[in-house]
Design a protein around this ligand. Structure first.
Ligand code: CUA
Length: 155
């Protein structure tokens, strides 16, 4: 009997976790699809085939991968040049950091992840009409944290 109650409780917890993880975001024409992670050597990002040359890569019809390095105190790309993605596309962002933990938040949406050294955070976002989004670091990362921001252009 007790085992059954425990099992039911455990199942409820699992369902709760899944619901939390897949809690997707709907903002102005933006929807977050999934969230999964990987590993990368933070000391040799320059040698990585994608993070060594971060930016937008086409992966299919209307599908793109965007590699972003978040570092003190900028997004690369994003800060000195905007991230550009086509309108009406599905874009998976791959975000990591070579130094400390940063945040990667697409302002005005629920698309939001942490950039952790050694890990690759991925979030998939569906973009609609051409527009612009702000990018923010929302994890305290040092003296210029407040100035760490960028831009996404949906063109
Ligand atoms: Cu980067 Cu705060």
């Amino acid at each position: 009997r007790y085992e059954k109650i425990w099992l039911a409780g455990a199942l409820l917890l699992i369902v709760g976790f899944i619901a939390t993880v897949s809690y997707g975001a709907v903002g102005a024409g933006i929807a977050m699809v999934d969230d999964e992670g990987g590993q990368v050597d933070p000391a040799s990002l320059d040698d990585h085939p994608r993070f060594g040359e971060p930016g937008t890569y086409q992966s299919g019809e209307n599908e793109y991968d965007v590699y972003v390095v978040a570092r003190q105190f900028l997004f690369e790309p994003g800060t000195s040049e905007p991230i550009r993605v086509p309108a009406h596309s599905t874009v998976t962002f791959h975000v990591t950091s070579p130094d400390v933990i940063h945040g990667f938040e697409i302002v005005g949406t629920n698309a939001n992840t942490m950039a952790i050294p050694g890990q690759v955070a991925t979030i998939t976002v569906e973009f609609g009409e051409p527009t612009e989004y702000g990018l923010l670091c929302n994890e305290y990362c040092g003296s210029a944290h407040h100035a760490m921001e960028g831009k996404i252009e949906v063109v």
